[in-house]
Design a protein around this ligand. Structure first.
Ligand SMILES: NC(=O)C1=CN([C@@H]2O[C@H](COP(=O)(O)OP(=O)(O)OC[C@H]3O[C@@H](n4cnc5c(N)ncnc54)[C@H](O)[C@@H]3O)[C@@H](O)[C@H]2O)[C@@H](O)CC1
Ligand SMILES: Nc1ncnc2c1ncn2[C@@H]1O[C@H](COP(=O)(O)OP(=O)(O)O)[C@@H](O)[C@H]1O
Ligand SMILES: [K+]
Length: 545
């Protein structure tokens, strides 16, 4: 499924209307009808009735699941046995988002649901298709109020349709819009948002003050990026994407390159064999050899987690390189691993002198993962540069190795034949980009795309809905994962998984995207096996692979 910015959405609208000749009012009709169907669906579920699911595609931000259904539509989608018990307030903004709300109001009325239109601005100020819908609603005799002029009691309604601001919104909601949003949130009634929750930045997921807290967001035509990025993702509730007549085939024309990472996108878009077939005649040599460089006196476990994860990801062989002093302590920790002594200091730390042996080891392996539990040491910048410039295969760079990169301008380093995958969490990303963590989180997709492009790397920006971005501008937002994964070592596991997939011949983008997807899936499974997800520890993720 494609992800769009507001600007891209406007371009898709323009092409559909101007070039294909599909009237704007037809799109608005489809949009309003879809919104009404979803409101009816919500009412049905709330009253314990049978859901007529599934209509469209659901993105449940609570679980990260993506559920695909079939459109049953027909009249059932627009009828409600308990309609007499419902009364919905339709908050109507000045633009086309308001127009969508006016159409929805007609369909709801048709289903026998009482509606009251609440205009944010005097209805005379509406223009274009929205004005046409205003007139149709008036001609039908729908009851209407103007905010600030007519008395309004939110306690009297059973639900609220937020059709105040959509993709045309600029900045924080102003004046009456802000007041209406605050009142709607305070009412405690379920809110369905048309396209995006009003007050949400459609591109970044930033929540302005105030911002609607929706139970359901009926996203129109294409999934808006802001609906997947926190904190906005939390304000959107369950997101349902509904077609409104804008052909998906236009996506290529507009150059859409950002995707919601579903199994279909992995398989069809990225060419990943998601079933991971193994040849009957395959042997350990068929599935590659990973070198993990990490683990130090105080953090040997990080290296171990990455190395074990690489094995569980299916790599035929995994060598864990670590300082000599630590070797006796880790022998037997994972008998399937091979261990390699790189020297290091008396305390069991890495030092500059380990570079030569590491280079030698990596020359005989398919992929090198560096960073988990590495620690910092004198001369570590040159040490990493030696590895970067001296190794040919793909490099996965994580943890302290990212902190080393952050302190140097590595754009001057020789370009390498093998690809580079960086896997920062938001704190590491902040250091890499030279901004604050809050700024990283403000627009995760945009930042990941820019960084990957500027530095020629595959960037994996971790966290809820991890973003994977490639140098050519393609990006993916992960659908899997679980809040229980916020536990020490979970990132080391991801590093190992990505390295393990690279060893098996996936290219860097495939390995990063599929690795993130599998890591999240394993985290979900592992969380489900605990009595409480808070008990999840990183090793559980490996065991659930
Ligand atoms: N052909 C189209 O363009 C279609 C658009 N659709 C709907 O139209 C929406 C976009 O419509 P518009 O571009 O008219 O824009 P909006 O309806 O999002 O709102 C724009 C209006 O809101 C006001 N406004 C903007 N920012 C504000 C702020 N911060 N505080 C207070 N007022 C603010 C401005 O007066 C502006 O006229 C989509 O989200 C979708 O719901 C759908 O009807 C389908 C077709
Ligand atoms: N709320 C969440 N939802 C989904 N995934 C999460 C969540 N919190 C953390 N994760 C995942 O867990 C991993 C944590 O990695 P990281 O912060 O590097 O941990 P560590 O450095 O301890 O290994 C990342 O892959 C991240 O995407
Ligand atoms: K809205």
């Amino acid at each position: 499924m494609y992800l769009v910015t507001a600007e891209q959405m406007r371009e898709l609208d323009r092409i559909t209307i101007d070039r294909l000749g599909i009237p704007a009012v037809a799109l608005m009709e489809n949009a309003g009808r879809a919104i009404a169907e979803e409101i009816i669906e919500l009412c049905r579920k709330r009253n314990g009735g049978h859901a007529s699911r599934g209509i469209g595609r659901t993105v449940d931000n609570g679980t990260g699941q993506d559920l695909t259904g079939f459109d049953v539509s027909g009249d059932r989608a627009l009828t409600l046995d308990t309609a007499a018990a419902e009364h919905w307030f339709i908050l109507v903004g000045k633009g086309n988002n308001g127009g969508d709300g006016l159409v929805a109001a007609r369909y709801l009325r048709e289903a026998g649901i009482a509606v009251t239109l609440v205009y944010a601005v005097p209805p005379e100020s509406l223009t274009g298709e929205a004005a046409l819908q205003r007139d149709a609603a008036a001609a039908l005799g729908l009851s209407a109020a103007v905010y600030g002029q007519d008395p309004l009691d939110f306690a009297a309604c059973s639900g609220i349709l937020d059709a105040l601001l959509g993709t045309g919104a600029a900045g924080a909601p102003r004046g009456v819009y802000a007041e209406l949003i605050a009142a709607a949130n305070a009412s405690g009634k379920p809110i369905v948002s048309a396209d995006i929750p009003s007050g949400l930045n459609a591109d970044t997921g930033e929540m302005h003050a105030p911002c609607v807290h929706a139970s359901v967001t009926v996203c129109l035509a294409f999934l808006k990026r802001g609906l997947l990025q926190y904190p906005g993702a939390g304000a959107a509730g369950t997101v349902v994407v509904r077609a409104i007549g804008i052909p998906v085939s236009l996506a290529r024309e507009v150059g859409l390159q950002s995707y919601w990472l579903t199994p279909e996108v992995l398989q069809a878009g990225l060419g990943v064999d998601v079933l991971r077939h193994r040849s009957p005649e395959g042997h350990k040599g068929t599935y590659g050899h990973v070198l993990v460089a990490g683990g130090t006196l105080r953090m040997s476990g990080a290296g171990l987690l990455a190395a074990r994860a690489a094995l569980r990801a299916g790599s035929g062989l995994v060598t864990w390189a670590l300082p000599q002093k630590l070797l006796p302590a880790v022998i037997g920790a994972a008998p399937e691993l091979m261990l390699a002594d790189v020297g290091g200091d008396e305390q069991g730390n890495w030092n500059a002198g380990t570079a030569a042996e590491l280079l030698r080891l990596s020359a005989e392996r398919d992929v090198t993962a560096v960073g988990p539990g590495l620690g910092r040491f004198q001369g570590d910048t040159d040490w990493l540069r030696t590895l970067w410039e001296g190794t040919e295969g793909p490099l996965v760079i994580d943890a302290d190795a990212l902190n080393i990169l952050a302190e140097t301008d590595y754009s001057h380093w020789a370009s390498r034949p093998g690809s580079v995958v960086l896997t920062p969490h938001p704190g590491e990303m902040a250091r890499l980009a030279g901004i604050s963590t809050a700024e990283v989180q403000r627009d995760r997709i945009g930042l990941a795309e820019r960084y990957a492009r500027e530095h020629g790397v595959i960037l994996v920006l971790k966290g809820a809905h991890t973003v994977i971005a490639a140098p050519d501008g393609v990006s993916y937002v992960n659908t899997t994962g679980h809040p229980g994964m916020g536990t020490g070592g979970a990132g080391d596991v991801l590093t190992g998984i990505i390295a393990g997939l690279l060893a098996q011949g996936l290219n860097a983008l495939q390995a990063a995207a599929f690795g993130v997807y599998l890591h999240g899936l394993a985290g979900e499974r592992a969380a489900g096996l605990r009595n409480h997800p808070a008990s999840l520890i990183a090793g559980d993720i490996i065991e659930s692979l």
